[in-house]
Design a protein around this ligand. Structure first.
Ligand code: KG4
Ligand code: ZN
Length: 353
């Protein structure tokens, strides 16, 4: 199948073409119009997607060396995300599918991250063959799930407050770093001492307040945020500036330690031999290294998408649509476009929710 995927849920306009199980193109354009606002301005994001969508889709088709008439289906993010931004990609995709007389497939953005271990990144690409634990860490979600081969999954843990990406972005904001602060902290941390200050790791073995952390796969990052704020308030500005790299490394180490400990504990608890890490935060170099090291130590297989497939991209949307076709999960029923996804505890199948 030749699938066009479109992703516009936040501040990336992206289009990708999958020819069979090969990524033939994956164009990602990151919006710059939000600089100076300290976050993404929804209305500006929608307008920018509208300005870019035609040329991004054209580039994806051209780079894949096909014509639009050779497409078999078009998939687009239907949420969660900034609803105006989602609607731009979704309406464009549905209109284009209608005009070409081919099916349109709505895809859940977070599920697309969750299943990104299946994006056929290269001819040698290996995907998980049995059940695996998925850690999905983005700007708005932190989910631990046990995923089965038939694309069904159960969410076993989620954040009680901030997402892992938010923990990076909000602590980075306190340090005066530009949005999104995750990649900036990642870069700064490489020159810093991660043991400079021990920030709290809630709901883990090292937490003083939670004795019942075993078997608890939920996350909490708001305490870390408060701890960083109070630490900053107690120290003079020059001291903070002189130790910016050390603070970045210590904050990053706290977040990464929690993510690694919980993921490995979940794999052991559910006796699963494979782990995948996906979503924007999975681009973090310290998380990638720590997860590789921990999985190797415990004899667990690790699936990490390449960094372009960690952050928002349309290849993951096209890839999940392809998997849904393979597993017979594409249905012609009505769908909702939603800014939020609840990810309740029941077993769900990819995008049948
Ligand atoms: O998946 P994503 O691109 O968009 C959402 O679906 O939210 O994730 C964006 C999040 C942001 O919070 C950003 O700071 C974080 O991913 N992020 C990183 C890195 N690259 C992106 N966090 C830590 N280190 C990185 N290298
Ligand atoms: Zn995302």
């Amino acid at each position: 199948m030749n699938i066009l995927g479109i992703e516009t849920s936040c501040d990336e306009t992206s289009a990708a073409i999958l020819l069979g199980r090969r990524v033939a193109s994956n164009i990602v354009s990151s919006q710059r119009c939000h600089t100076g606002f300290g976050g993404v301005v929804p209305e500006l994001a929608s307008r920018e997607h509208e300005r870019m969508i035609v040329s991004i889709v054209d580039s994806a088709v051209t780079e894949a060396n096909i014509t639009k008439n050779e497409l078999d289906c078009i998939a687009a993010t239907a949420g969660p995300g900034l609803i105006g931004a989602v609607m731009v990609g979704l309406c464009f995709a549905e209109g284009m599918a209608f005009s070409l007389g081919i099916p349109f497939v709505p895809v859940n953005h977070i599920e697309a991250h969750m299943f990104s271990a299946f994006i056929p990144e290269s001819p040698e690409h290996r995907s998980p063959e049995g059940p695996f634990v998925s850690l999905t860490v983005s700007g708005g979600h932190t989910l631990l799930s046990v995923v089965q081969e038939d694309l069904s999954y159960v969410v076993i843990g989620r954040t009680l407050d901030d997402a892992a990406g938010e923990a990076f972005d909000k602590t980075g904001k306190m340090l005066g770093l530009a949005y999104p602060a995750g990649p900036v902290i990642d870069r700064l941390a490489t020159g810093g001492d991660r043991h400079f200050h021990e920030f709290p790791r809630a709901l883990t073995s090292s937490s003083q307040t939670s004795r019942n952390y075993r078997g608890n796969f939920d996350f909490s990052f708001s305490g870390l945020k408060t701890s960083v704020l109070t630490w900053l308030q107690k120290h003079p500005e020059e001291y903070i500036r002189a130790h910016l790299q050390d603070i970045a490394a210590s904050v990053q180490h706290a977040i990464v330690s929690v993510l690694v400990e919980k993921t490995l504990a979940a794999a052991q608890h559910y006796r699963v031999g494979a782990v995948s890490v996906a979503g924007g935060v999975s681009a973090n170099s310290a998380l990638r290294n720590a997860m590789k090291e921990a999985c190797m130590r415990h004899g667990i297989e690790l699936y990490l998408p390449g960094t372009v497939y960690s952050t928002d991209n349309a290849a993951m949307i096209a890839s999940l649509a392809g998997l849904m076709y393979e597993k017979g999960l594409v249905r012609k029923n009505r769908y909702d476009v939603a800014p939020f996804s609840s990810f309740g505890v029941r077993t769900r199948k990819a995008s049948l929710t």
